[in-house]
Design a protein around this ligand. Structure first.
Ligand SMILES: [Cu+2]
Length: 147
């Protein structure tokens, strides 16, 4: 093996280890997790928002051509929201600005992400998956108010 190959493989290994450490620190120290698919939950028929604890909420959203079926979301600053998303027709997207939420709404499945809203303000929601002629109308908002 040539010296250059050994250097490249060594650097690649170091970068890979640094990435794993960064992921571990973010997941354990800061509670940041990767959005996922919930296999043990059947797609829901109703959109709901309910409180599960002090500044903890659960939001169920159904995406349909071309709007999100979701209740008005107004929560106090510092809240944590568990978001469950499904689609009633085609594949849609669900992105909340200023958060880590970036989900796909897939018919017949439920996707999940946890979002934190530390600051008061409006957090726009947009569909980021071209889903048809009315795609640009798919918007929503999370209103975060001073507690
Ligand atoms: Cu859409």
């Amino acid at each position: 093996m040539e010296r250059t190959e050994r250097v490249v493989i060594g650097l690649g290994t170091v970068v890979m280890v640094l990435f794993f450490i960064a992921i571990f620190v973010l997941a354990t120290g800061f509670g940041i997790d990767v959005p996922g698919c919930v296999t043990e939950m059947k797609p829901f028929e109703r959109d709901t928002l309910f409180q599960t604890g002090d500044k903890r909420y659960e939001l169920h959203v159904i995406a349909r051509m071309w709007a999100y079926q979701m209740p008005p979301v107004e929560i106090p600053a510092g809240s944590v929201v568990d978001i469950y998303l499904t689609s009633g027709d085609v594949v849609h997207g669900f992105h909340i600005d200023y958060t880590n939420v970036n989900l796909m709404a897939v018919p017949g499945t439920v996707t999940y992400a946890r979002a934190r809203f530390p600051q008061p303000g409006e957090y726009p929601i947009i569909c980021h998956e071209y889903c048809g002629i009315g795609h640009q109308q798919m918007m929503g908002v999370v209103r975060v108010v001073q507690p």
